[in-house]
Design a protein around this ligand. Sequence first.
Ligand code: PMP
Length: 408
Amino acid sequence: GDSPLASPWAADFPILARPVRKRRLAYLDNGATTQKPGAVIQALEAFYEQSNANIHRGVHWLSQHATDLYEEARERVRVLLNAPDSQDVVFTRGTTEAINLVAQSWGQNVLRAGDEILVTGMEHHSNIVPWQLLCARTGAVLRHARITDTGELDLDDFRAQLNPRTRLVGIAHVSNALGTVNPVAELVRLAHEAGALVLVDGAQAVAHAPVDVQALDCDFYAFSGHKLYGPTGIGALYVRGAILAGMPPWQGGGDMIRTVSFEGSTWAAGPQRFEAGTPNIGGSVALGAAIDYVLSIGLERIAAHEAALLAEATERLRALPGVRLVGTAAHKAGILSFLVDGIHPHDLGTILDTEGVAIRAGHHCAMPLMSHFGIPGTARASFALYNDGRDIDALVAGVRKAQKLFGV
Ligand code: PMP
């Protein structure tokens, strides 16, 4: 319709036309993964129909063609992040693998006993556990800066925890559990003053607003393709060029070497050094198509649409008696975490599901954050560019239905 909350892009997503539980699907679990536009599905199919071969070692035409497509996809990631050079972009399976790569390559090489890693209290487990494993191996110490009652980073505590032993700061650009947008540029400035590098977990950011790693001045930036309308199993890590040059390999095998002999091997320069074995070539090409898709719409427009959805959904849920929002930061992306008095988030999720409304219920892989709020989990609705006012109507109606069923 002509409602300001209508999405002109919903028709690009074939799955949204299928009924779920005999209802119109209101897909509000975009923080977990996004649906895929036809352009991405077709790019994946076209790769396997027209361009499939292994990369980087073939003399034949198709291999060179596939290599070109793979490297063009790397260039698309460079454009998305405004990285200075496509050689600063490493393909990974996703955010989790990107962070583990940094921990095992950079971290294992640099950290010594007593060094410190500082994260925030709102991190996803994938920006906590790799550092715990690294600390166990190196004797380094993992610290975390506290979160306020509104779900924002306590800047004073962050500053107080930074010290000359801090070697790395890990921060979510956007919290997957609360939607809080962290002031990354400011945090990077503070961390650099203290002599620490900064890794930004961009899993919940890249699909929802423009990202510029040069403006942020971060040293590492990780994201997953599947939360950016791309396929699962592909993502990327940006590494500042001067740092990447000094990082040792983390996995060995084909494609990451220059020479191999039984006396010893030498490593490929650039991102190839971190891409052992046959990579997800088709996935990277489809990720490139997903990036073209969002850039052709414009991330500013996407951000404006999702901000309007968030504002409307926030107001409508707030107006319901017995509903409590968790995370009320001044600067939020399109993620809404909430609790309904007398209804466990899982029960709420199950009742919403019967109405065709897909949300996430649970701890959102952020158990320390849930502990901070003293709750086991929340219900979470998270928006994407194809959501519209009808999805919010269905969410609100579903919550009311659950309240009636539970008599609360
Ligand atoms: N960080 C954040 C903030 C996330 O939301 C997620 C996915 N829920 C991840 C990291 C992990 O991403 P992936 O599972 O795609 O590696």
